[in-house]
Design a protein around this ligand. Structure first.
Ligand code: TRP
Length: 442
């Protein structure tokens, strides 16, 4: 067998894993779903989910990858037995990855468009409503949407085809730190805007009246999406980790950083929303219709805009790569295809499927798959509300009951922490996931 490639250092792995976790989920999705669900209480539930469900499952996925040193399907066979039924979890993960990347790439395309708009100084001197109309224009053009989606897919393809170890590691190590510096800068800037304190109270004070069962489902689902959990992305990345590496601290650090980015993006975006009297519950267009309003008004805003959309594009790419890598690593290892062929075929299929999402804001905007949900919404909700939590449920049970107490004690020396991890993966996380899925059905 070929020797499996490994990350070059622990720090490097941490940056790559943060690259997978931190993406459009944090910057684009978290603020808008928090806005739609009334803020405070939604944020609290999301934070609880990250701690009670997200972190234990993150550790479980890392462990399964690291100990098995194989792709997400074979991993279960290595740790359990040949032809293990648990391998179905891996298959479910492949389907989820496929669906997620197909619409993720469409949103990635919007980012490319906004980066180009920034580079051509298109926001300068525009009024608030002119800036907001730019999004409407983009949404209504099928060709633009498809073209941008193709471009994003192509960039993702370009990185993954070269093998992630060298390319993605090198870029992550430079650009993730830049991203954090810029985010901190924007956060400090937002503290000087008049809407800042209202943004804080929107996000951190509890008004129970707007939260619905659907909102709870959204919070649970998003805790999976944002940590890249429930479909084997972390199993795959964990499998490139040397078997000796300590997992616990790594998982906590990654979960912490991911949460910080989501909350910071929320604070930045809502400070602008409240400073300029925009609508906090405007949905998926929120980020695109708020930040440019600020960039258009502040001196030097054009340059901040370029840096911002550039780094968001990078954050989106480092996440997209992890989704694609899951599929590529499986098909090239198990079918013995070469990497070039696998990557090309998968990307072509992804492009084709993504067209349905690209057309969901124009030609197909009134074509509902179920209950008022366009293709875009369906792929998004099917994966983050159901497929990821369900995948997470199985991974959690596998880790808690199959891998079991002895192995967990071996990995985590502190008895108390080992106990918490054992029982959260055996009982607490699975029950919480089940409860919310059942709750959402009735
Ligand atoms: N976590 C990424 C984000 O927040 C998206 C992502 C990357 C993802 N890999 C994943 C989501 C695997 C679910 C599963 O944008």
């Amino acid at each position: 067998m070929e020797k499996r490639s490994h990350w070059s250092s622990r720090l490097s792995f941490i940056l790559v894993a943060i690259g997978s976790a931190v993406g459009l989920g944090n910057i684009w999705k978290f603020p808008y779903i928090a806005g739609e669900n009334g803020g405070g209480l939604f944020v609290l539930i999301y934070l609880i989910c990250i701690m009670v469900i997200g972190l234990p499952i993150f550790i479980a996925e890392l462990y399964v990858g690291q100990k098995s040193q194989s792709n997400l399907v074979t991993a279960f066979e290595v740790l359990d037995k040949k032809k293990s039924k648990w391998a179905i979890v891996g298959w479910l993960g492949l389907v989820s990855a496929f669906l997620i990347l197909s619409f993720y790439s469409v949103v990635g395309g919007w980012i490319i468009d906004y980066l180009v708009k920034s580079l051509t100084f298109s926001f300068s001197g525009k009024t608030d409503s002119q800036v907001q109309n730019m999004m409407t224009e983009l949404f209504s053009s099928p060709f633009k949407q498809i073209g941008l989606h193709l471009l994003f897919m192509f960039l993702t393809f370009g990185i993954v085809i070269g093998g992630i170890a060298k390319g993605i590691e090198r870029w992550s190590n430079i650009l993730m730190p830049c991203f954090f510096v810029l985010l901190t800068g924007l956060l400090i800037y937002s503290a000087t805007t008049p809407g800042f304190s209202q943004a804080l109270s929107f996000l951190f004070s509890f008004n129970a009246d707007k939260l619905t069962a659907a909102g709870v489902l959204e919070a649970v689902g998003h805790s999976f999406f944002t940590l890249s959990l429930g479909m084997g992305a972390i199993i795959t990345y964990g499998s490139y980790l040397s078997p000796k590496e300590n997992l616990l601290g790594t998982a906590v650090l990654i979960g912490f950083m991911d949460t910080i980015v989501a909350l910071s993006s929320g604070i930045i975006i809502f400070s602008i929303v409240f400073s300029y009297n925009l609508d906090p519950s405007s949905g998926p267009t929120l980020m695109f219709q708020t930040l440019p309003v600020l960039f258009a008004k502040t001196p030097g805003g054009e340059y901040v805009s370029i840096a911002f959309f550039g780094l968001v594009l990078f954050a989106a790419l480092t996440s997209a790569i992890s989704l694609l890598e899951v599929m590529v690593s499986y098909f090239d290892e198990s079918l013995n295809w070469d990497r070039k062929k696998t990557t090309s075929i998968i990307c072509i299929l992804l492009f084709l499927l993504g067209i349905l999402s690209a057309l969901s804001t124009n030609i197909l905007s009134t074509f509902y798959v179920v209950k008022k949900l366009t293709f875009f919404d369906t792929f998004d909700q099917l994966t983050s509300h159901y497929a990821l939590p369900l995948g997470g449920l199985f991974i959690s049970l596998f880790f808690g009951w199959k891998v079991g107490a002895d192995k967990i004690n071996e990995m985590v020396k502190n008895q108390l922490i080992a106990g918490v991890i054992l029982w959260s993966t055996r009982v607490v996380a699975p029950l919480a996931i089940l409860a919310m899925i059942i709750n959402s059905i009735f």
